[in-house]
Write a protein that binds this ligand. Structure first.
Ligand SMILES: Nc1nc2c(c(=O)[nH]1)N=C([C@H](O)[C@H](O)COP(=O)(O)OP(=O)(O)OP(=O)(O)O)CN2
Ligand SMILES: [Zn+2]
Length: 121
């Protein structure tokens, strides 16, 4: 089994409703995102999934979040734009693009010391 990982980032603002602390106030982050795909087979040039292809899909998805006020995005309107929900959104949006391999996890770093990983397990 091969684990293929790419990283990207985006900047966005959010506020956590009902948090009862500073994070309830409008604030922003440079979010870092890590995606892990698992592949059992390699193609004829020994690639599981091309980093470039994976980064292209991820970039398209992150462009829907970049420089946005996340609370205004439909996906988060009934929840909260926490790292948990951001990771789930990226996972669910990326999954249909991954053929022949398995999207394993999406991790979101809200700060350099705070990370959430979403998997379907
Ligand atoms: N499980 C989660 N906990 C928190 C989330 C979250 O999305 N999931 N989000 C926040 C806030 O948005 C906050 O901006 C991030 O909190 P934190 O990592 O504590 O950021 P700090 O810069 O305050 O970190 P320090 O290391 O304490 O300086 C809160 N919790
Ligand atoms: Zn925050």
């Amino acid at each position: 089994m091969f684990e293929i990982c790419v990283e990207s980032d985006f900047c966005a603002a959010h506020r956590l409703n009902n948090y009862r602390g500073a994070c309830e106030n409008l604030h922003g982050h440079n979010f870092k995102v890590e995606v892990v795909v698992r592949c059992k087979k390699l193609n004829q040039i020994y690639i599981g999934i091309d980093f470039k292809e994976l980064k292209k899909y991820l970039k398209e998805i992150l462009s829907t979040l970049d420089h946005r006020y996340l609370n205004e995005i439909d996906y988060f309107s009934k929840t909260n734009p926490t790292s948990e929900m951001i990771a789930k959104y990226i996972f669910e949006t990326l999954k249909p693009h991954i053929k022949d391999c398995m999207l394993y996890s999406v991790s979101v770093y809200e700060t350099s010391t705070s990370k959430v990983t979403y998997t379907e397990d």
